[in-house]
Write a protein that binds this ligand. Sequence first.
Ligand code: GLN
Length: 450
Amino acid sequence: AHLDRIAAVDGKVKAFLHVDREATLAQARRVDERRAAGEELGPLAGVPIAHKDVFTTTDMPTTAGSKILEGWRPPYDATITARLRQAGLVILGKTNMDEFAMGSSTENSAYGTSRNPWDLDRIPGGSSGGSSAAVAAFEAPLSTGTDTGGSIRQPAAVTGIVGMKPTYGGSSRYGVIAFASSLDTPGPFARNVLDAALLHEAFSGHDPMDATSVPEPVPPVVEAARRADVDGLRVGVVKEFAGEGYEPGVSARFNEAVELLESLGAKVVEVSCPNFTYALPAYYLIAPSECSSNLARFDAMRYGLRVGDDGTRSAEEVMALTRAEGFGPEVKRRIMLGTYALSSGYYDAYYGKAQQVRTLIKRDFEAAFEQVDVLVSPTTPTTAFPIGERADDPIAMYLADLCTIPANLTGNAAISVPCGLADGLPAGLQIMAPVLGDDRVYRVGAAVER
Ligand code: GLN
């Protein structure tokens, strides 16, 4: 049924970069065989899933939305891919994304823009916009994403679905094509909080192949989603994430969500996190710095595209030609910014300063979580914007992640759940919890999702 739905609507939604009907049906038959052979399979066995094209897959191409990796077949599966297979999920295909996960709209994909199913002229969010569009368009009940600065929560918010960024290190980065390694966090998309928790539990947990994987057990997220209450919980409204720049409809839905929390028994207080306002500029030094280093591996020798290798050019020339042709403008902008920020003489002023800001944000979170159990804010300041509106204005595009970035800089758990429509378009409520407090955001999210 999902393959039929993809065939019917994906020509318009453009969520997928790769779908193979026969291979998908073969995967489904293998799950049936495993079940028939008496294997104990988890609750998601046989459920189809759309997989972001940033996760390596041995049986499907993996491009990270970039021309430089066009047609590349990875020699190994990402840990998350392997765990999906182990749990018996059926991978329908790979979803579109901003190139190397840099963006908030999928407009930076080398393969065209995905569409928001609520209004095909609007963006589905990004960078995991193919994954959010697929779930919102009923092409898949579940999908995967990665969140470096908001790339799961923001697309979830603008397409009216649930998207969760786990605690950093709670889900494996092994086989996730790297953008900014100290921030990249894989997580689930679903149409309700309990489904997201089931997927979270299926692919999370310690991975010896990822040096930053946390050793602690996965928080009891499914139990928390089933509990779905706010009894005795203290909820902090982040004072800095309101006012100018927030669409009136988004603020109205957010205020209603806060009232709902109160009516369900939560104690709501306003909390100040003064350094959160510096999170966005700090992120746009740290993330490009890490990307400039990570993307050095695309050297025309090891992977994918190679341009101008005709026997007359040096390796450096081939590398330069390949990177000039293989990377899109946003990726180049970030490599240049990051290289500059890391260069000798500027390191302390830019990268070093940004890391200090990161510590201040961590302290804000710690002080806040002495007063409250969770923090809430709008997920993103506006509803889905029209395709093209911010394409030529990087700063406007970066503002989409104003509220989501603090949790990335500190590794905290955070979810976006639907909180109603503003002028006919979905708005999202963000719920943030301490590191390894993933169960808390599921518990609260399940109580208030709409
Ligand atoms: N939109 C942000 C960026 O462009 C975040 C992207 C992400 O989380 N991968 O960097």
